[in-house]
Design a protein around this ligand. Structure first.
Ligand code: ATP
Ligand code: MG
Length: 245
C-alpha cells in the first residue's frame, strides 16, 4: 500500500524550534490538508515530507511510487517559456520531446492558459498565470502523490474553482493522493478527507477534522455550512486568534 507516514517529527532552524511532535499518515487515494497561521511551519513541514529538506528528528516514510510538488511561489525557470517549463518533468522522465510538448500544451489549455501564452517567459506572466504553469507542471507527470503549497492563492475565484474541480474529478477516480497547505478553510473543506490544524510557536497539530462526504458530492451549501461550524471551534479560534480583542 502506498502511503506517507510522518512520525514524531521535530524541526529547528538554528535555535528556533519550528515544528514539534508532528504525526500523521496519508493513505493512497486520500487528501490531507494542513491549515494554520502564517509562519507556523506549514511549508517547512511539506518540504520535510517531500524530501526537499532533511528530517533531523523523527521519521518521514514515503512509499508512493511517484510524487510532484507545486510551490507557494511558482519557481519557474526564467529562461524557459511556459510550455518548456511544464514539460520539464516529462523530459526528465525520458519522454520524447514532441510528446512532452503535446501533453504540456493540452494541460496548459485545460488549466486556463491560452495559445498566445505558450511562448511567454515567466517574467511576462501574471502571478495567477505562473501558478497555473506551476500546477500544470506538477500534474502533467500524473504523480501518485501531489504536494501542493497554497497552489490557488494567486487565482481569481472562477479559476480557483475550475482547478479545484479538475482535482476533485481526479480524487473521485482515486487517481491521486494529495498533501496540501492552505490558508483558506473553505478550500480545505472542499477538497480534503482530513484537515490538520497546525498551531504556531512551535508548529504542532492541535486538532484533526475529518470530512466523510465524497468530494464530488460537496456543494457550496455543504462547504459554507461546515465552514460556519468550524469557525466556531475553539481550537480554530485560538489558533487563528479570531477572538475579538
Ligand atoms: N531556511 C530557513 N532558515 C531559517 N528559518 C526558516 C527557513 N525557512 C523557514 N524559516 C522560518 O520557519 C518558520 C516557519 O516558516 P514556514 O515557511 O514553514 O511557514 P508557513 O506556515 O509556511 O507560513 P506561510 O503561511 O506564511 O507560508 C518561520 O519563522 C520562518 O522564518
Ligand atoms: Mg508557507
Amino acid at each position: 500500500m502506498e502511503r506517507l507516514e510522518v512520525k514524531k517529527v521535530n524541526h529547528r532552524f538554528g535555535f528556533s524550534e519550528i515544528l514539534k511532535d508532528i504525526n500523521f499518515t496519508l493513505n493512497k487515494g486520500e487528501v490531507l490538508s494542513i491549515v494554520g497561521p502564517s509562519g507556523g511551519g506549514k511549508t517547512t513541514l511539506l518540504h520535510l515530507c517531500a524530501n526537499l529538506l532533511d528530517v533531523e528528528e523523527g521519521s518521514v516514510t514515503n512509499t508512493f511510487l511517484s510524487s510532484a510538488f507545486a510551490f507557494q511561489e511558482a519557481r519557474l525557470l526564467p529562461w524557459k517559456n511556459v510550455i518548456d517549463n511544464i514539460a520539464m518533468g516529462l523530459l526528465a522522465e525520458g519522454e520524447k520531446k514532441s510528446i512532452a510538448v503535446k501533453k504540456s500544451k493540452e494541460i496548459a489549455l485545460r488549466f486556463g492558459l491560452e495559445e498566445d501564452d505558450f511562448d511567454k517567459f515567466p517574467k511576462d506572466l501574471s502571478g495567477g498565470m505562473k501558478q497555473r504553469v506551476s500546477f500544470a507542471r506538477a500534474l502533467v507527470v500524473k504523480p501518485s502523490l501531489l504536494f501542493l503549497d497554497e497552489p490557488f492563492s494567486a487565482l481569481d475565484i472562477g479559476l480557483k474553482k475550475e482547478l479545484q474541480t479538475i482535482l476533485i474529478a481526479m480524487i473521485a477516480k482515486k487517481e491521486i493522493s494529495i498533501l496540501f497547505i492552505t490558508h483558506d478553510l473553505m478550500e480545505a473543506i472542499r477538497l480534503s478527507d482530513e484537515m490538520l490544524l497546525l498551531k504556531a510557536d512551535p508548529g504542532h497539530i492541535v486538532k484533526k477534522f475529518r470530512f466523510d462526504l465524497p468530494q464530488n458530492e460537496r456543494d457550496d451549501r455543504y462547504v459554507y455550512g461546515k465552514s460556519a461550524e468550524i469557525l466556531q471551534d475553539e481550537e480554530i479560534i485560538n489558533t487563528f486568534e479570531l477572538e475579538l480583542k
